[in-house]
Ligand binder design. Structure first.
Ligand SMILES: *[C@@H]1O[C@H](CO)[C@@H](O)[C@H](O)[C@H]1NC(C)=O
Ligand SMILES: *[C@@H]1O[C@H](CO)[C@@H](O)[C@H](O)[C@H]1NC(C)=O
Ligand SMILES: *[C@@H]1O[C@H](CO)[C@@H](O)[C@H](O)[C@H]1NC(C)=O
Ligand SMILES: *[C@@H]1O[C@H](CO)[C@@H](O)[C@H](O)[C@H]1NC(C)=O
Ligand SMILES: *[C@@H]1O[C@H](CO)[C@@H](O)[C@H](O)[C@H]1NC(C)=O
Length: 450
């Protein structure tokens, strides 16, 4: 559908924007036609898809580690021919997925590579494939919510305007995408399944947390990031530090919605058709980034945190981690309970001395898995999820009151109010855990500004 709209716009940059605006208006999510493969849609040839698989396998060996720098055509984006002479109009028309971001690509970009060639997290390395087109991430269109951005696809020395900053900061959820990247999964963590509840991720930096420093994490479907091993069993309500430590493990973790979760389902009527599951993205070396996405991530995070925490006025993030649990249901429910889902997101920012975390609660439809006493249809009752932090080894914990393990957990989506958003909560977590002063007034609602 999109294709028809955009035919022939290649020569008329203004109409590209216009055309895409039309598209956006006409359909909130004009996702790629379901049965059209990514390779088809974006004209990636056979060789490339094979390479994709190979490099994907490589990067999977050490998920989370930066993969070797390569150039690759990827993701939903502008298609700019490096070689105008070889431009095949017919081909373009057929494949026809020409779309341009509002920050339209400078033509000179076609010839220049960004000075700072920085690979993004796993799944975002790039490589040049013959004389194929360069693909530009167009994540800044709302439709592009689904496509992985990458530094190569950006204007050189991108300058972020006030207007643009305001626009990106007006969105509640940080970016997460389920298309593009090495295997067209975007940030989506395909490895996480019922049989494999977590994936290990290495960082090329130090993440100070609760008095310790970690250069890795484990992303769990169960609503937390874990750094050390849990005990064999939990009893409810959960108590941290684990009472029987050191006989039993006392894990170190950041719990945004610590509960037994399983990946849910969405009906075709859901507006946001991004796949249910867990999304993970690391953005490193933000202070030296000149690509659009790097700059926007840095500035968005910087100002959200500076304005969200007292004492963070000079914070300049170096590294960011965005983990999103989209449409996760609870363990123990009947089949239909898979449509009872929660969506929440954790954004970590560190300069390797200070660490801040943002909890964005978009949607909470259930509170408790069945082992914790929740019912099998709605996941309600019993002891609700734990929200908070544990240092590990019996050294300390922080439970987020009054929400954690109480019925008030539902209020997480309406309270918090950090940066003016209902549902946004913020903490400083490098040493002792400190909640944002703007978020620690649970009895108030958000329409008071903060
Ligand atoms: C692709 O899907 C659409 C509906 O989603 C269907 O009408 C069409 O026949 C499908 N085409 C192919 C080639 O499967
Ligand atoms: C676009 O290219 C022109 C000519 O190379 C250059 O002078 C200008 O600074 C570039 N603009 C941006 C935003 O990169
Ligand atoms: C993480 O730190 C340990 C030692 O603290 C080191 O041996 C290891 O190589 C580091 N890993 C990465 C990916 O930097
Ligand atoms: C899936 O999550 C979205 C928010 O990301 C929400 O609007 C939607 O209602 C959820 N769908 C189901 C079936 O729970
Ligand atoms: C906990 O203690 C064990 C054994 O002393 C040690 O190996 C581990 O690194 C410690 N973990 C944390 C998070 O302090």
């Amino acid at each position: 559908m999109r294709n028809e709209f955009c035919i022939g716009v290649f020569a008329f940059p203004k109409s590209i924007v216009f055309c895409c605006l039309l598209l956006l208006l006409s359909s909130q999510i004009s996702a790629q036609t379901e049965n059209e493969s990514f390779e088809n849609a974006f004209g990636l040839d056979e060789t490339q898809s094979m390479d994709n698989k190979k490099s994907n396998a490589e990067s999977n060996k050490y998920t989370g580690q930066i993969s070797p720098i390569r150039k690759q055509s990827l993701s939903g984006q502008v298609d700019v021919n490096e070689d105008e002479g070889n431009h095949d109009d017919k081909d373009e028309t057929k494949k026809g997925v020409e779309e341009v971001s509002f920050n339209a690509v400078n033509n000179s970009d076609q010839k220049n590579k960004p000075e700072n060639e920085i690979t993004l997290s796993d799944g975002f390395s790039e490589k040049i494939a013959g004389r194929r087109n360069r693909k530009y991430a167009r994540y800044d269109l709302s439709e592009a919510d689904r496509y992985a951005p990458h530094s190569d696809g950006s204007v050189l020395n991108y300058v972020l305007t006030e207007t643009r900053l305001k626009e990106i900061r007006s969105k509640f959820m940080y970016w997460y995408v389920d298309k593009g990247g090495n295997n067209d999964d975007g940030d989506y963590q395909r490895e996480i399944q019922a049989s494999m509840p977590q994936v290990h991720k290495n960082f090329n930096f130090q993440l100070p947390f609760f008095g310790l420093r970690f250069n890795y994490t484990r992303v769990s479907v169960n609503g937390y990031l874990e750094f050390t091993d849990p005990p064999m069993h939990y009893t409810y309500p959960l108590v941290f530090p684990v009472r029987n430590w050191p006989k039993e493990n006392d894990p170190s973790f950041i719990g945004i919605f610590f509960s037994k979760c399983r990946i849910g389902k969405i009906p075709p009527t859901d507006i946001d058709q991004r796949r249910p599951g867990v999304y993970f993205r690391v953005e490193e070396d933000l202070q030296n980034r000149a690509d659009q996405f790097g700059v926007e991530m840095r500035e968005r995070l910087k100002w959200d945190i500076r304005e969200g925490m007292i004492g963070a006025e000079a914070f300049d993030p170096k590294h960011a981690v965005v983990v999103t649990w989209k449409n996760v249901s609870f363990v123990g429910g009947i089949d239909n309970s898979l449509y009872k889902t929660n969506t929440f997101q954790m954004v970590l920012a560190t300069d390797e001395v200070n660490t801040y975390v943002i909890f964005n609660y978009l949607n909470i439809q259930w509170t408790s898995h069945t082992e914790a006493g929740g019912d099998t249809v709605n996941g309600e009752g019993g002891i609700s999820a734990f929200v908070g932090f544990n240092a590990g080894n019996g050294t300390g914990s922080y439970e987020y009151e009054p929400y954690s393990q109480t019925w008030m957990i539902r209020d997480l989506t309406r309270r918090g109010c950090v940066n003016g958003f209902p549902g946004r909560h913020m903490f400083k977590i490098d040493d002792d855990i400190m909640p944002s002063a703007f978020g620690s007034r649970p009895q108030r609602s958000c329409n008071l500004g903060y």
